[in-house]
Write a protein that binds this ligand. Structure first.
Ligand SMILES: Cc1cc2nc3c(=O)[nH]c(=O)nc-3n(C[C@H](O)[C@H](O)[C@H](O)COP(=O)(O)OP(=O)(O)OC[C@H]3O[C@@H](n4cnc5c(N)ncnc54)[C@H](O)[C@@H]3O)c2cc1C
Length: 290
């Protein structure tokens, strides 16, 4: 039977109490959110925290628009994005990506703070945070800081969070002009973590692509942007097809990791296909709404 090593469970009622406990325990304490990643890791003894600080009752479940920012509380569960009207209206690519996360039970319990802190290399929410240039709001007893998504992920399961800190919210800049995009991924089975995924967001400026954001997972140990492809898309008239030769060249230069699930060559070929399809879909959607 799989059993975690011994730990003490703490259930603070306020954020200040939670931060004080995390400061006291340092390396030996961990926040517990939905438990969908932490509990299996503890059962397998891949994680052995001596103190679990349950952060479920701290009131971190709001999705709020604040001018040009959409602020999502750290404990918002994945399933909520699928029906939230603000997300649907402002960030449809985000909603499209969330559909790929696990299964209904996992989406019901898993939280955005937990997903970003866990930092699985091909998880959808880290990829979306990188796509949208989100800021991750991290707090400790010493105060609050914001970390850009591009600087937050340091490697597989490694982030910029220090002991004693926790994520309290994630801030997404709201697209300020008409925009269209696409999210496509492939996994071994429906609901599995992706082998690779691609997300594209295009902002429309007149009859052209004004700004472009292209992010992928499966190409490195964490989600990355592809600035060369973004530059190739910016300024293109909306009627033009996606630049397939450019995509093939950029995908060919990627150096994805190989592992038990897929070789590096397979992932590179998969990324080329996903980049071609996601870019073509985003361009077609941009044309439709212009
Ligand atoms: C069978 C299965 C399939 C899955 N498939 C997918 C999938 O396809 N895509 C996907 O993205 N995910 C998938 N998941 C993971 C799921 O999305 C998790 O819910 C998520 O990764 C972690 O969120 P959580 O709230 O459950 O965090 P927890 O499991 O509670 O915590 C995970 C880690 O984050 C830390 N943590 C939690 N909250 C915070 C916070 N606010 N600040 C700082 N640290 C924090 C914890 O200490 C722990 O180290 C799957 C999980 C399972 C079990």
């Amino acid at each position: 039977m799989l059993r975690p090593s011994a730990f003490e469970y703490h259930k603070p009622e306020t954020l200040d109490q939670a931060l004080a406990l995390l400061a006291e325990f340092g390396d030996e304490g961990r926040p517990l959110a939905g438990g969908q990643s932490l509990v299996p890791m503890m059962n397998l003894r891949l994680a052995r925290p001596q103190h679990l600080v349950d952060i479920n009752d701290l009131g971190l479940e709001a999705i709020e628009r604040d001018g040009p920012i959409l602020r999502i509380g750290a404990l918002v569960r994945h399933e909520r994005y699928l029906t939230d009207p603000l997300i649907g209206a402002l960030m449809p690519v985000f909603q499209e990506g969330v559909h790929y996360i696990g299964h209904p039970t996992i989406r019901r319990h898993g939280s955005i703070g937990g997903s970003l802190a866990h930092a699985d290399p091909t998880a959808e929410l880290p990829l979306l945070a990188v796509l949208y240039d989100a800021q991750i709001v991290v707090r400790s007893v010493n105060g609050e800081r914001r970390v850009a998504a591009a600087a937050f992920f340091h490697g597989a399961y490694m982030t910029a969070i220090d002991p004693g800190e926790m994520i309290v919210a994630v801030e997404f800049p709201i697209p300020q002009t008409a925009a269209a995009g696409a999210f496509i991924e492939v996994g071994e089975r429906r609901g599995d973590f992706a082998l690779a995924a691609v997300a594209v967001q295009l902002a429309i400026d007149g009859g052209r692509i004004g700004t472009a954001s292209v992010a992928c997972s499966g190409a490195a140990q964490h989600a990355i942007r592809l600035p060369e492809l973004e530059r190739a898309l910016i300024g293109k008239p909306l009627g033009e097809p996606a630049p397939e030769n450019e995509i093939a060249r950029i995908a060919g230069a990627l150096k994805p990791p190989g592992d038990h699930a897929a070789s590096a060559d397979y992932r590179r070929a998969l990324l080329k296909t996903l980049l071609t399809r996601a870019t073509a879909t985003a361009c077609a959607r941009a044309r439709e709404i212009s």
